[in-house]
Design a protein around this ligand. Structure first.
Ligand SMILES: Cc1cc2nc3c(=O)[nH]c(=O)nc-3n(C[C@H](O)[C@H](O)[C@H](O)COP(=O)(O)O)c2cc1C
Length: 431
């Protein structure tokens, strides 16, 4: 069995699976049950000046038979008194000394407020702090959460204020509601962050009821924007994690969050640079026991790969994630349809004919049977036919041996510039 322990900026946890700061980590009762179920760590539901929550507050996007493909909420930070939370954190840490308890914090962007809450929380014995600069609703209107998390100078200053008082590692949780995630990640690092976590939820409106014309969810007939999470946001989160992981100016450990529902998702985040992961929606959908499959699946995967420790996965795919300008323009794949496996549903033909490159022909064989074949010389290797094909293995994308050497756009442009330069200097010499 591989070693699943992680050490994220000094926070040690028996496995990489933490519950994210959200309803599953609202109380000591819940966090203790989560640890009993196998979760390695928990980020306590955000503490700050307790607020009043609305009823109702959650909504989900069910897509094509899949329940909770995406999840939306307008919940704010904790609505329980600080003292109650602190007492329960203390008790939970005492019962589970080897599990990671990180406490999420959100206060007004004022130095004394950060000092005060950091000291109070650290006094009960926690393994780390997570600064919530991410929630996109409610708190943002009060100048906290995403409102301050969208401004690099405020991220830097607040991180610095928290660090001035903190003795445990400080993780800065980033909002995805920003154009360039690395700008706030770098600001957090400038402020002294020991690690970053991402993503928090994405600005969203789950839907509109076409009968009542109310928003979904609505509070007595009125709605407001909420935060989107769950499986639907995973690709966005994965990109943002990778973007931070490959940026040398970020350079701190990452706790990956966003749409992680199983061990495979966790492995992807770790390959893209996350030291550990956090989960919210999947736990809300399926309960704490999903962590058992996560642990078993990860263990089996590491054994199959011959890896002794989960930390060996971290960042392995980062060098393979680059800018478009570094991709080989002479690399080519084409689609091939396996006649035996194909069920002749015609989905690939329609997709290619209507919306791609018109290179799948319907032919008739010597027995008069109709079949589909790709004209490989016209196929651009876009993958669409394989994507829409309902039968696993019926369409494969196959690499074709190119005659030209690898050439990226950046190399091509550099060569053109050099040529132009040469011409210029020839001209100059002639003059
Ligand atoms: C109902 C709900 C409440 C949340 N509350 C908080 C919070 O108090 N603090 C925080 O940092 N993130 C909060 N989040 C965001 C999650 O911690 C997490 O970043 C986000 O849901 C993405 O992870 P997921 O796709 O696994 O759900 C909340 C999410 C949900 C769904």
């Amino acid at each position: 069995m591989a070693d699943l322990r992680i050490n994220l900026a000094g926070i040690v946890s028996p496995n990489p699976f933490w519950l994210a700061s959200a309803p599953p980590t609202n109380t000591g009762y819940q966090v203790q049950r989560a640890f009993e179920a196998g979760w390695g760590g928990a980020v306590w539901k955000t503490l700050g000046d307790p607020i009043i929550n609305t009823s109702s507050r959650f909504a989900a996007v069910h897509f094509n038979g899949q329940r909770v493909a995406g999840f939306n909420n307008i919940e704010l930070i904790t609505d329980r008194p600080l003292e109650v939370n602190l007492k329960e954190i203390y008790e939970t840490k005492r019962r589970f000394p080897n599990h990671a308890i990180i406490v999420s914090l959100m206060v007004e962007p004022k130095q004394e407020k950060w000092h005060e809450i950091v000291k109070k929380v650290e006094a009960v014995g926690v393994d780390g702090l997570e600064l919530n600069f991410g929630c996109p609703h409610g708190m943002a209107e009060r100048g906290m959460g995403a409102a301050s998390g969208q401004q690099p100078d405020l991220v830097e200053a607040q991180t610095m204020w928290a660090k001035e008082a903190a003795t445990t590692p400080v993780i800065v949780k980033l909002t995805p509601n920003i154009t360039d995630i690395t700008s706030t990640a770098k600001a957090a690092v400038r402020g002294g962050a020991d690690a970053i976590s991402l993503i928090n939820t994405i600005n969203s409106l789950a839907g509109v009821d076409i009968d009542t014309w109310h928003t979904i969810p609505h509070v007595g007939g009125k709605g407001s924007h909420g935060g989107y999470c769950g499986p639907a946001v995973k690709p966005i989160a994965l990109h943002m994690v990778a973007d931070c992981a490959r940026n040398p100016d970020v350079g701190v450990p990452i706790s990956g969050i966003g749409g992680i529902s199983n061990w495979r998702d966790a492995v992807e985040f770790m390959l893209m640079g996350a030291t550990g992961v956090q989960v919210c929606t999947a736990a809300m959908h399926h309960g704490f026991r999903i962590v058992e499959d996560m642990i078993d699946g990860l263990n089996n995967y590491l054994d199959e790969k011959g890896l002794a420790s989960v930390s060996e996965l971290v960042g392995k795919s980062v060098p393979r994630y680059s800018d478009w300008g570094n991709l080989d323009l002479n690399y080519a794949v084409v689609a091939q349809i396996d006649k035996e496996t194909c069920i002749n549903c015609n989905k690939c033909h329609i997709a290619c004919e209507d919306t791609s490159h018109q290179c799948i022909d319907r032919l008739t064989d010597e027995n008069g049977a109709s079949y589909l074949k790709v004209r490989e010389e016209d196929c651009v290797g876009c993958n669409l036919c394989a994507i829409v094909c309902p039968v696993e293995g019926a369409i494969s994308m196959v690499e074709v041996a190119g005659t030209d050497a690898p050439l990226t756009w950046n190399e091509r442009q550099a060569a053109i510039a050099k040529l132009a330069d040469g011409k210029d200097s020839n001209k100059k010499e002639a003059v």
